[in-house]
Ligand binder design. Structure first.
Ligand code: FAD
Ligand code: SF4
Length: 495
């Protein structure tokens, strides 16, 4: 660290967001362009370079956080980029999208605001691209071994990049017409502009990774045939089987899953269609589910010009401070967080919700009711206690002509036939079963990411992609020099 007392003299400052009224009128990222670099070296200087960096352990990738904080505080951007890319293939994704468990584990966070680690990571990644530090790194020699990766989300991309660099011939099969998994058609542009993704894909193509889009393995290609054609198959198909809400009125028109609603909105941004067929414009929108997917629906509905938006969360509103008894430092606490989308909700008349941030907590959906044409017009709810028991007399009705279900995902999609064609065993949870080396019950078939670990995060997806690549490389060659992220993979998800 350039200044050992930086944490005493410099207060935490985050990358500022653009004014709410401005950003809801476009789809660009919510941050003020160019406002991060001028502040970031001083922020990195707040790092105390602790003897035991808990942040490093809290990051599923094992990012070398104190090392690159020091390099940024000294403005040695090339070295910072090298250290960051040593553990993370795609830091511009995590620098924008990660919930930053590292910051919950920062030692400063014991009694003052944590170092802005995620912002430092993003600044290094963006600067590295600007300066031309990020170049294709094709392998020096080829191994003659072939790998098919199924799925082009962060897991599949990280695995493919690592295996290509190790000299294997890698083809990525993707059912969508574009690459990127949930980062392409799930996550809205205002959280991460897609040019970040396209730039990385260009780097991967230049390194030699091959991509086959619009190809559903299991339908367009028989999965067993694919297995016979390649030395190894890696399943990285994500967990896209969504959870249902089994209440009366679910069949009404206008009640949709979040992942039916978000992709067309992203397709408008890609230029495929002019208007989303599920646009929220002029509608009263109710989002069922209090998580990040729900928040993405909220930000999208606000930008589409919804008449009102309410997000229902079945859990009670958490406090603003960590509860030291139940969630002591350095765990990732469940606290009240105001995402960019929740800030934006204040621009609408969120009439039915009590709070300006559009959320109703401890709210459980009882049923939907509709008009004579079978279109949803209202959502009926009741308040619940901590054990989800209805509180008598708290029933209410919200106007709703677009309802979005954002209740999470249970595991990999079974409709494509991939799992059955290969004879893959599943866990009781419905995810793909695998051993500690990422191998499934079928020889030569490995599984990683959300498909195997269950619905998770991009940082975990990249970590799993890197780790499965090392396991596959070892399987193919008997040894591997590919780095594998720290941390046992059987530990419960901490975020
Ligand atoms: C709306 C939304 C917002 C999110 N926001 C965040 C966030 O801000 N931060 C964060 O950390 N996490 C976020 N997540 C979670 C994160 O996106 C996932 O954990 C991550 O993308 C999982 O990566 P993956 O590669 O395992 O799977 P996915 O990203 O789901 O990719 C799997 C890919 O496999 C393809 N595929 C599936 N079956 C087949 C087949 N048979 N043949 C060919 N291809 C196939 C799919 O089309 C898909 O492209 C969000 C999730 C959602 C739904
Ligand atoms: S990837 Fe996430 S946890 Fe790791 S350093 Fe970046 S923000 Fe922190």
């Amino acid at each position: 660290m350039a200044d050992p007392k930086g944490f005493l003299s410099t207060p935490r400052r985050e990358w500022p967001r653009r004014p709410v009224g401005e950003r809801v009128r476009d789809w660009n990222e919510v941050y003020v362009p160019g406002a991060l670099l001028p502040i970031i070296s001083k922020q990195a200087d707040r790092c105390m370079d602790c003897g035991i960096p808990f942040c490093h352990q809290a990051c599923p990738l094992g990012n070398l956080i104190p090392e690159w904080n020091d390099l940024v505080s000294r403005e040695d951007w090339r070295a910072a980029s090298d250290r960051l890319h040593a553990t993370n293939n795609f830091p511009e994704f995590t620098g924008r999208l990660c919930p930053a468990p590292c910051e919950a584990g920062c030692v400063l966070a014991i009694n003052q605001p944590a170092v802005t680690i995620k912002n430092v990571e993003c600044a290094i990644a963006d600067r590295a691209w600007e300066e031309g530090f990020v170049e294709p790194r094709p392998p020096e020699r080829l191994s003659d071994r072939t790998v098919a990766v199924i799925g082009s989300g962060p897991t599949g991309l990280a695995a493919a990049q690592q295996l290509t660099r190790a000299g294997h011939t890698v083809a990525v099969y993707e059912r969508d017409d574009r690459l990127g998994g949930l980062m392409r058609y799930g996550i809205p542009e205002f959280k991460m502009e897609k040019h970040h993704l396209d730039r990385r894909l260009e780097q991967m193509r230049a390194e030699g990774t091959r991509f086959r889009t619009s190809t559903v393995v299991g339908r367009d290609i028989d999965a067993a045939e694919l297995r016979a054609r390649y030395d190894v198959v890696v399943i990285a198909t994500g967990a896209t089987a969504w959870r249902e809400l089994d209440v009366p009125g679910r069949e009404l028109a206008g009640v949709h899953q979040a992942m039916e609603y978000l992709p067309p909105a992203n397709r408008v941004r890609e230029g495929d269609i002019e208007v989303s067929p599920l646009s929220a414009a002029g509608r009263h929108v109710v989002i069922v589910g209090g998580g990040d997917t729900g928040a993405d629906c909220l930000g999208t509905a606000v930008r589409q010009g919804a008449a009102s938006v309410t997000q229902l969360d079945i859990y009670a509103q958490p406090g603003t401070e960590r509860d030291d008894d139940t969630e002591p430092w350095p765990t990732y606490p469940k606290i009240y967080r105001l995402s960019a989308a929740h800030e934006e909700a204040a621009t609408l008349r969120t009439a039915p919700a009590a709070d300006a941030d559009a959320r109703l907590f401890a709210a459980s959906t009882l049923r939907f009711s509709g008009d004579a044409d079978g279109h949803v017009r209202a959502l009926h709810l009741v308040e619940v206690d901590a054990r989800r028991r209805p509180l008598p007399g708290t029933e209410r009705t919200l106007p709703a002509d677009l309802v979005l279900l954002a209740l999470g995902f249970s595991g990999p999609d079974r409709h494509d036939g991939l799992i059955d064609q290969l004879g893959i065993e599943l866990t009781p949870r419905g995810t793909i079963a695998r051993d500690a080396g990422f191998a499934t019950n079928v020889p030569g078939v490995f599984a990683a990411g959300d498909a195997a670990r269950g619905q998770s995060l991009i940082v975990w997806a990249i970590a799993e992609g890197r780790a499965v690549a090392a396991a596959v490389d070892r399987h193919l060659t008997g040894r591997s020099e590919l780095p594998t992220p720290i941390g046992p993979y059987d530990r419960p998800m901490t975020v």
